[in-house]
Design a protein. Sequence first.
Length: 667
Amino acid sequence: MRYQIKHALVQYAADTILEDVNFEVHDNEKIAIVGRNGCGKTTLLKLIAGDIHMNNLDSDEECGIVMAGKQEIGFLRQISFTDGDITVEEEIKKTFAPVFECEARMAEIEQLLHEEVDNQKLLNEYDALQKKMEALRGYSWRRDMEMMFQQFGFSLVDLNRPIGDFSGGQQTKVAFIKLLLSRPDIMLLDEPTNHLDLPTIEWLENYLKNYDKAVIIVSHDRMFLDRIIDVTYEIEYHQIKRYPGNYTAFLKRKEENLIKQEKDYEEQQKEIQRLTEWIEKWKNTPTKVAATRSKRMAIEHMVKVEKPRRFDTKTFHAMFTPRIESYTEVLSVKNLRIGYDTELSKVSFTLQKGERLAILGENGKGKSTLLNTLVGILEALGGSFTFGQNVEWGYFDQQVVAVNDTDPEQTVLENFWDEYPKLLREEVRSALGSFMFSHEDVMKKMGQLSGGEKVRLALCKMFQTKPNLLILDEPTNHIDIMGKQALEQMLQNFKGTVLFVSHDRYFIKQVATEILEFEQENVRQYHCGYEEYLQEKAKLEISDRVLGNNNNRRGTNSADIASATARNKEQSPVLQDAFNKKDYYNPGKIKSRLIKQLEKYEKQLEESEEKVESLKMELLSPELATDYQKLMELQNQLEKEEAQQESLLERIMEMETELEELESDNN
């Protein structure tokens, strides 16, 4: 066991935040801490990091923190780089101070050995330093730094820019990179996926899953947690409880435990009631004195089952109907060139009434820029867009949580009322109450609001206009899981149309009916939900690789996809079978085609495996040790090849299943 907290109590003034906390970290466990906003998740991270201390250390009970030896704990705290004039590279290199100390001492020993031969003590020290360098990944520190820096969306030239030139979000990424490169024994991550794009989130998932030390994560990204976590701790009603497994397993186990506790509680209460009634009936009967005393003792010595408290499911629940209905065509975008001084992307798509279109893609491609252009914050660089008749849109801006232009002393009630001065006080309180601002919460000052509260207030203001088109930029940032589920349900039941940007894959899967993806060179619309979009992308990638048409795909709608598929079927009988089976039934011919197709996929898989091995060997080549651009290219090729293998394996399994079914039917 690496780390243990025993019976911790954490209080701020008279408020209890955490009570009787027992928490353990074993080996390389990946641990999630979940719970409602404000329940104490970040407080627990601060306790583990040593930023705050337990309030009951002077009590007589057994409490405290135990560590197995010295454990390096890394925590992504509030960013405050002390010197904004130094370059990003100089800032990141602070992480490798132990490596540079080893290098300096090794250089000293080498010089001494030149002067004094066969000094066994120096040789032993040099050997120990070499092993330490290997453990610190000291021989590859620059390659690790540059590869990780690029994974977070930076270019290598950015390493030479002053850290002060970067935005707050970019500085947070730099701090995150420093934390990952420091490789602590216990890594603490508070909402690590906020402001990361999908490719970076997927890379981070793989990195953390294979990290050989412990990781503790606070996150509201359900898919992220499901793919990484081994153990889940939930904080609810100031208490913490450990559940084995990922987030989905935790939800299932919690529900099962609650059902069992309710059953046990009811059975015990029935038994207590039965014994109590018996005692009341016979307590004055001399011959029953001993029996009544025995039954009283039985009640007193029972291990009482605590009355179960239902899940804390309190969340916003506003449902509204648009003021007016729009016509069928809500938005038409044609060759719209978006950007600031230079063009980021050219976009074309259509949005029909009732559709919920999710915009995906890497950061910096123009997703938020597109929304800002549509609502008039930015001027278009070219092309056109047209809103349909009777369209009334409402815009949620992810930057709203900063509240830079709001008086921090203004109350929530005053802030909302300033925007809608014609509403009566009861109407204002009712609107705010539906977004969990009730009673004294409406008197909270704007400067005291959490990120989640700011998001709820912004959504409340937007919904008050009752638009029929919602334009949302990262609406789930800072919202807890219950809040996300509430927003999902609201959008699913919304009678209007939704256009939104999000990096939360689970949220996208639950809400989106259409996908608009910003790819490397173009923007493509998929007329399907998220899971179907992933399947369609996989099919297109296989099609492109088989036919060698990787560089020929263009377009932004399903008509282009259909056209490409039709061309592929004409050129390839194998793909013709894969994409569109014949209607006639000839078992012999069908079996023959299936076998040929299976053999072809197996051959492609074998070739891919050979290519993967070749790429891995090439990555280890000493000649490329300092060619970081080439290493990045090879790494990207390797990841694509491994993804292709997964697709081919799925195809092979499909073919084998079809063959088995065919043989079964014929028998």
